[in-house]
Structure formats: C-alpha cells, structure tokens
Design a protein around this ligand. Structure first.
Ligand SMILES: [Zn+2]
Ligand SMILES: [Zn+2]
Ligand SMILES: [Zn+2]
Ligand SMILES: [Zn+2]
Ligand SMILES: [Zn+2]
Ligand SMILES: [Zn+2]
Length: 392
C-alpha cells in the first residue's frame, strides 16, 4: 500500500460496520473498539448483542466481556471518525463547527488546534492573540489532500481540553486537567507526554506486528503445503483411475478378440459339413427330377400308344430306366452333424474377474530421523495397506 491511502481504499476498509454493513457515523452508528478484536463495530450492533446486559460477547470472536458501564464505555475508534470527517470534507458535505455551541457549518480547520471553525469562529480565531499565528486550512484547500495530512481535534470528554498526555498506569490518553485530578503522579499514576508514550509504545506494537507477519508467513506456508497435499491426493487418484481404465479397456479388447475368434470357429468348423450336405442335397434333387420326369414321360406316352407302339416304347426305354435305378445321389458319412459352444474356463474367468485388481492406500508420514540419514534427505515412514491379493 502506498503512503497516500486512496479515498476508495479507506472507504472499503474503515467506513462500514463489519456486522451490519451500514456506514459508521459520529451520531448513531459510532464505531466502538472491542478489547479483543481489531475491527470496530457500530454501537447499535453491540447494543443489540448485549441486550442491555452488563456482559457482551464479541460478535467477531465470541469472547465475553464484563461491561459495567455498558457499550458506551467502550472507546470510540477516533481513526474512523477522523476518516469520516475527511471524506465529508472531500465530498463537500456539512461538518459542524467545534468551537461554538451553535454548531454552525464549519468552513475551515485550524491545523494547530485541530478544531473545525465556522466563518464567525474563524475570524475570532484569527483575531485572538494566542491563535492568530495558527495555520488555518479552508475545506476548499483541503480537498484532494491525502488523509495523512488531516488532523482531528482530540478532546478530553470530561474537561473539553486537548488530550496531550498518556497515563501508563491506566493506558489512557488524558488532558492536562486529568493529570491533576484522576491521573495524579503523586497517586501512583505514571503520566508522560503523548509524544514520549507514542515513541515507547510504537516499538512494542511494531514488535508484535513483526511477529504477526512471521505468523502470517508460517500460516501461508502451511496453507500451501496443505494445498500441495490435496493436489498430491488428487493426482494419485487420477493415476490410479487411469491405470484401472487402461487395464479394463485392455481386458475388454481381449474379450472382444476372443469373441471374434470363437464366432469365426463356428463358421470354420461348420463349413465343410455344410458344403458336403448341400452338395448331397443338390445331387439328390437332380436325380429325383430325372426319375420323376422320366416316369411321367413314360406314363403319358403309354396312355397315347396302341399295343404295337407300347411294345416299341417299352423296349427302347427299359435300358435307360434300368440304368436310372442303379444311379444313386452323393452320400454323406454322418447321420447328423453341427457345432456347439463349450464354456471352457469361463467360470474360472468370471471368478477371476470378480477379484481382479485392488486399490490400496500408501501413506508417507514424518517420523524420527534415524542416525546416519542426512538432514537433506527426505525421510518418511511409508505405510502400505496389506496387498494380499483377494481370492475368489
Ligand atoms: Zn453495525
Ligand atoms: Zn473479539
Ligand atoms: Zn463556530
Ligand atoms: Zn488554532
Ligand atoms: Zn481531562
Ligand atoms: Zn491514570
């Protein structure tokens, strides 16, 4: 992120309550800081969570807090309020004067005091001996300037004076009056200037942020390691699936090849017997036709012939009829023939298919490194599921 935070970026980060997604404001949706979580939550959301009770569970992390003073006792998130003021100035919206009770529309800010000034208070501020040397920025001048150049008036809510001190004992920023009333040095309160406290505390928060950064790094390393593991599991699933599909596609091909061979055996082993039987049928039919037509011819001839002609017909035909009696059709050596399919080895094949292949898990787990294995070498215990092949 650049040093000059853009308006759009601030808007996303800081101007909405994470619970109700409504915009914060200085009057009703006041951003309150929980002791447990960094994000601020609007006052109405917190009030509805507490239900008026003296305890409140954090809507973000569910931690319970005792709040005898109610939700209003939680500190306002002044950075958000400052951001809201800044955005109002950038958009030309009205801000009330913080210098007069009438809360007139402010037109400028005193950079030294942090106050918003209406036109009347502005002239007064310029005339006053104490404040006439102060740097005044009109809202028009402030438009387009980065948020970092914008200051907000930090006033003590009890004494209406600027907070300029920090009490280490109470972890609270206080005004000069507070240092002589509730946060007196003599009564054991350790009070220093805001600048000094900021210097001291910035170091320790930076230390924590540094550790948070390390933790973020470790967590993202774990994240990518876990992602890698998921990828590995999925990769092993893909390889196993591909192997299974390959083997079974191959088995399917072999089965189809075997089917083709057996079907062609049906053709091959039937062909010769079919051929000789069909030839026998042909020769039988041929002889039958010859015998039938000759006898029919003889019958019709003899019907038409007188005794002399009949004698002549009988004489000439007898020899050929006798030779016809001696003729026989082609014979076949079998009574009946055919092929049949024998289910040789099929039962065995089916039983084998039912238990063909197995899937087992293989796990690599880290373990204590035995002596003699260099640190650089990957060392894992490999757990294999037993691979006794299933039997039928
Ligand atoms: Zn809210
Ligand atoms: Zn919390
Ligand atoms: Zn005023
Ligand atoms: Zn001033
Ligand atoms: Zn005070
Ligand atoms: Zn104190």
């Amino acid at each position: 992120m650049s040093d000059l935070v853009s308006v759009a970026a601030i808007k996303d980060l800081l101007t909405e309550c994470p619970i109700c997604i409504e915009h914060f404001d200085d009057a009703t949706r006041i951003p309150r800081r929980m002791p447990c979580c960094v994000q601020s939550i609007c006052q109405p959301c917190l009030e509805s969570y507490s239900g008026g009770a003296a305890t409140l569970s954090c809507p973000m992390c569910r931690r319970r807090h005792n709040l005898p003073g109610g939700v209003k006792s939680l500190p306002k998130e002044t950075v958000i309020l400052k951001t809201l003021d800044y955005l109002k100035i950038q958009k030309g919206l009205h801000l009330p004067c913080t210098d007069c009770p009438d809360k007139e529309i402010a037109v400028a800010q005193c950079d030294n005091c942090g106050t918003f000034l209406c036109s009347i208070c502005l002239s007064a501020h310029k005339r006053n001996t104490v404040s006439k040397t102060h740097t005044i920025n009109t809202f028009d001048e402030m438009k387009g300037r980065p948020l970092q150049s914008f200051r907000r008036l930090h006033q003590c809510s009890q004494h209406q004076q600027p907070v300029q001190f920090y009490c280490y004992t109470c972890d609270k920023v206080v005004c000069v009056s507070c240092t002589v009333v509730d946060h007196k040095e003599g009564k054991g309160h350790n009070v220093v200037s805001v600048n000094e406290a900021h210097q001291g505390k910035a170091k320790s928060i930076n230390d924590v942020l540094g550790k948070i950064e390390e933790k973020t790094k470790r967590l993202s390393e774990t994240e990518s390691a876990l992602q890698k593991k998921i990828e590995n599991i999925k990769l092993s699933m893909k390889v196993a699936r591909d192997d299974i599909n390959k083997i079974f596609d191959n088995l399917k091909d072999r089965l189809n090849q075997r089917r083709t061979i057996l079907l062609s055996d049906v053709e091959g082993k039937s062909a010769e017997n079919l051929k000789v039987t069909e030839e026998a049928l042909d020769s039988t039919r041929l002889l039958l036709t010859k015998v039938k037509s000759s006898s029919e011819y003889m019958r019709q001839m003899r019907n038409k012939a007188d005794k002399v002609e009949d004698l002549q017909v009988m004489g000439s035909s007898k020899a050929s009829l006798n030779s016809m009696l001696k003729e026989s059709p082609q014979e076949i050596p079998f009574d009946r023939t055919g092929v049949s399919f024998v289910q040789a080895n099929v039962q065995h094949l089916q039983n084998t298919i039912n238990v063909a292949g197995m899937v087992r898990s293989v796990t690599f787990s880290p373990t204590e490194r035995p002596n003699g294995i260099p640190d650089t070498a990957v060392h894992n215990v490999i757990t294999l599921e037993p691979a006794e092949f299933p039997t039928d």
